[in-house]
Ligand binder design. Structure first.
Ligand SMILES: CNc1ncnc2c1ncn2[C@@H]1O[C@H](COP(=O)(O)O)[C@@H](O)[C@H]1O
Length: 302
């Protein structure tokens, strides 16, 4: 475990509101409980439960979103999430989040993302390189920090890229707004679009125009794909040829063949898949199958 903690890591599948510290969630919920908006003990029980089905996961996200509504909180959780990943020696992270609107508090998708960027700017415990011009490809991962006594110590550096998520509950217009926002925010490190949300909700074709527009304009696309059995959707998503897909729990023979043929990498989430019961045990997880396939490819690169 210590070894796992200490090696430098790359994190490609982190949802902002899925990575919040429990202590922060409980603190925010306690505050909201005092105003009568929610019952704190119910919230606490749900947060501290470690295993939950996929259906329960999405109920949990609705609860989490109740306590992370305002700009200040979005900035705070962004800061904490990046600090936590850096403390585990993640050196490159693609953080994804669904830009949200809330007229009641004057939040637009843009102002939500501005709050995320504010959060990144406010981090001072580690060096955060999140704008493309922050990246000096020749610099080591650790930069130097000099304290008042002129002692020089290496500082951790984490490279952050952002993906904007489209939630499957959204409309075609919402999705298009997210893609246009992503294009406008390229300068602050937005590199792509993710399609996520409850996989049994909506039709992915609703988002096809926005995803196609994103692709035509140079944004990378990653799709949550095959998190539940849905052969038609899996085939169509692979035909769309995204840069990456997430999960792939319910792939069958043909799907794997197509995935390999198109060379589409899979973002595997072992803990998530086991905890949500999407996969019954690690022994039968498709991770091993994909690892063997990658190994074979490396051995015979032609
Ligand atoms: C467990 N597997 C999953 N499958 C699909 N979508 C998921 C997910 N886990 C998280 N999300 C998506 O990420 C949102 C929370 O982060 P943000 O509010 O965007 O930062 C959830 O509401 C859901 O849309």
């Amino acid at each position: 475990m210590e070894w796992c903690q200490s090696i430098p890591k790359v994190e490609l599948h982190a949802h902002l509101n899925g990575s919040i510290r429990d202590s922060t969630l409980l603190e925010l919920a306690r505050d909201l409980g005092e105003t009568g908006v929610l019952v704190f003990s119910d919230f606490e029980h749900v947060i501290l439960k470690s295993d939950r089905s996929l259906v329960e996961v999405f109920k949990l996200f609705d609860l989490i979103h109740m306590v992370t509504t305002d700009h200040t909180t979005i900035s705070r959780i962004t800061r904490e999430v990046i600090e936590d990943f850096a403390s585990e020696n993640v050196v490159y992270i693609e953080l994804r989040t669904t830009p949200k609107k809330n007229k009641l508090i004057g939040m637009s998708k843009r102002s939500y993302m501005e709050a995320v960027v504010e959060g990144l700017k406010s981090i001072n415990s580690v060096d955060v390189a999140f704008m493309p011009h922050d990246v000096d490809t020749h610099s080591p991962l650790n930069s130097l920090s000099i304290d008042n006594n002129c002692n020089v110590t290496p500082r951790k550096r984490i490279y952050v890229r952002l993906l904007l998520s489209i939630d499957r509950r959204e409309t075609t217009e919402d999705a298009m707004e997210t893609v246009k926002l992503a294009l406008e925010l390229k300068d602050v490190g937005v590199v792509g679009i993710d399609l996520s949300g409850n996989p049994i909700v909506g039709e992915w074709t609703t988002f096809w125009p926005a995803l196609q527009f994103a692709k035509e304009n140079g944004l990378a696309i990653t799709l949550h794909c095959g998190e539940v059995p849905n052969p038609k959707e899996i085939q169509a998503m692979l035909d769309f040829w995204p840069q990456r897909i997430g999960h792939a729990c319910f792939f069958e023979g043909d799907n794997w063949e197509k995935l390999k043929h198109l060379n589409i990498p899979v973002e595997i989430c072992l803990t998530s898949n086991i905890r949500t019961n999407s996969i019954s045990s690690l022994d039968v997880h498709h991770f091993a199958y994909l690892l063997i396939f990658c190994d074979q490819k490396l051995e015979s690169p032609l």
